[in-house]
Design a protein around this ligand. Structure first.
Ligand SMILES: *Cc1c(COP(=O)(O)O)cnc(C)c1O
Length: 222
């Protein structure tokens, strides 16, 4: 199935409140433009260098999502344009994003990454670290950051019960924050989880944003 067909079948399947981020990492401009011409505007990349280069070459109305691990020293390259940073997992990084946001005279939307997988390799904050960060004085002083919600990645496994359990943990933390620290902030409304292999489960468990790459663009060769 071609890119456009894939997109259309996803649009049909996804509930209206779920945003589809088409993950175009490692894929050429032509493929992105195929999706663009079909009306798609949300694209995700996981490397700063690729994100910045593609943003420069491709249409200005694309909403670029930074979905990978972001290093502090690279924030400056994406701060002028990035639509949403999905994987923020430290106060230090948040501080630098805030500084670059001020420099660019904008507010940058971020999601905090929560460690839901049992694997050691996954990034993210524990619930306790998350609460500490959000309740710190330095976070409260960051006026150019807007936390839109949380993001998580489930364990890479065939065990759908485990994946479901991990998504439920993320949803529980999301709802807990929404009912407490963010109760007066209606823009705290995004739960980013679900990829090609597990997006259906993620939606059943409350995802509002799925990040889908290989299902749309085909397998990647690195
Ligand atoms: C690559 C990537 C995806 C998309 O993965 P697919 O399995 O190709 O859909 C989603 N989220 C993150 C953080 C990624 O790095």
């Amino acid at each position: 199935m071609g890119i456009v067909k894939k997109l259309q079948s996803l649009y049909q399947e996804l509930p209206a409140h779920v945003t589809l981020v088409a993950v175009s990492k490692t894929k050429p401009d032509e493929m992105i433009m195929e999706a663009y011409h079909a009306g798609h505007r949300d694209f995700g990349e996981n490397k700063v260098q690729d994100l910045a280069a593609k943003q420069e070459r491709l249409p200005a109305d694309i909403r670029w999502h930074m979905i990978g691990h972001l290093q502090s020293n690279k924030v400056k390259y994406i701060a002028p344009f990035v639509h949403l940073i999905h994987g923020v997992d430290s106060l230090k990084l948040l501080g630098i994003i805030n500084k670059e946001a001020i420099r660019n005279n904008r507010i940058i939307d971020c999601l905090l990454q929560v460690r839901i997988a049992k694997e050691e390799t996954k990034f993210g904050l524990t619930e306790e670290e998350l609460m500490q960060l959000l309740q710190s004085d330095s976070f409260r002083e960051m006026k150019n950051i807007r936390i839109r919600g949380v993001m998580g990645m489930a364990t890479y496994t065939e065990n759908s019960d485990q994946i479901r359990e991990e998504f439920r943990l993320l949803k529980r933390i999301f709802e807990m924050l929404r009912g407490s620290l963010f109760s007066e902030q209606p823009f705290f409304d995004q739960l980013s989880c679900g990829m090609s292999g597990d997006y259906r489960l993620a939606i059943e468990e409350g995802s509002t944003m799925v990040r889908i790459g290989s299902l749309i663009f085909g397998a990647r060769n690195y």
